[in-house]
Write a protein that binds this ligand. Structure first.
Ligand code: ZN
Ligand code: ZN
Length: 278
């Protein structure tokens, strides 16, 4: 059984447990490592989004950042807090971030500046929003069904997968989170976006970049992110993988790891990845 998570959240973003509660739980579970990966979601027009009512209903507004400046100082302090606490624990503790990769002009430059200013151990790329063509307007994937025609929705979801390809090719991320998160969109089906997903998988394989299997989907929909069919494709392309719990509270850490381990075992999927830094 995998004895770590690199994908979990604390009250610093949208989690319900403190750093200490997460570290305590990791020790309790016999984990050898933990990486805390709170959301880094910066978009200059979050509050102008037609989805803003939904966003602000889901989470406290502090997780939707309109600029990098406060993100830099907040993450610096957060990383320091984690490392101070970690000194008291017998396990390896990493500090990371789960990043929404935005595509509007100027975002990447500011993200690069963030990376220079804030000393994190790793970055996850995981997109939760979809965009218009220049990326300046973003939407929650569930909202596009009422805002756009079927053809337009397809274009938007294709753009989403292209964005993931861009993020993977950037080389700025250690692994990709919840590859088929877009199954939240009404228009999504694996068949409809098979060629985009194949391109994404080919890009991961070519770069030998890991993609997680996110166990959180299991309790919600019976299948992890991504679904079994995509996991099989990952296996056939020999893409490195790891299990993530995406825990938003301590009690969900390691949840359903046994079920994902069983899937991996049945597929003889042995190319398992972990952070390896001393
Ligand atoms: Zn996520
Ligand atoms: Zn997450």
């Amino acid at each position: 059984m995998q004895k770590f998570t690199y994908h979990c959240h604390t009250t610093f973003s949208d989690g319900k447990s403190s750093i200490k509660e997460m570290l305590d739980r990791a020790v309790e579970l016999g984990f050898t490592e933990i990486g805390i990966s709170d959301h880094l979601s910066v978009h200059k027009n979050f509050m102008q989004s037609p989805s803003w009512p939904r966003f602000s209903e889901y989470h406290a507004p502090h997780i939707y950042r309109q600029e990098f400046k406060s993100a830099i100082s907040d993450f610096q302090r957060h990383a320091e807090n984690i490392r101070l606490l970690a000194a008291n624990y017998p396990i390896k503790v990493y500090v990371g971030a789960e990043v929404d990769y935005m595509i509007y002009d100027g975002w990447l430059e500011e993200f690069m500046e963030f990376r220079q200013e804030v000393d994190l151990d790793y970055y996850i790329t995981g997109n939760h929003y979809v965009f218009n063509s220049n990326g300046e307007t973003l939407y929650h994937p569930r909202d596009i069904a009422v805002l756009f025609s079927q053809e337009e929705q397809e274009v938007i979801i294709r753009r989403h997968f292209n964005t993931l390809v861009t993020a993977v090719k950037s080389g700025l991320f250690e692994f990709l989170a919840h590859l088929d998160f877009m199954r939240k969109a009404e228009i999504y089906s694996l068949e409809r976006f098979a060629s985009e997903i194949d391109e994404l998988l080919q890009t991961l394989a070519a770069r030998n970049m890991p993609a997680e299997i996110n166990s959180k989907g299991i309790s919600k929909s019976g299948e992890p992110y991504p679904t079994l069919e995509i996991i099989k494709k990952m296996r056939n392309l020999n893409i490195p993988t790891l299990i993530s719990d995406d825990a938003h509270k301590a009690e969900n850490m390691g949840k359903d790891y046994d079920k994902v381990e069983k899937i991996l075992q049945e597929l003889n999927y042995t190319n398992r990845w972990k952070l390896n830094r001393e």
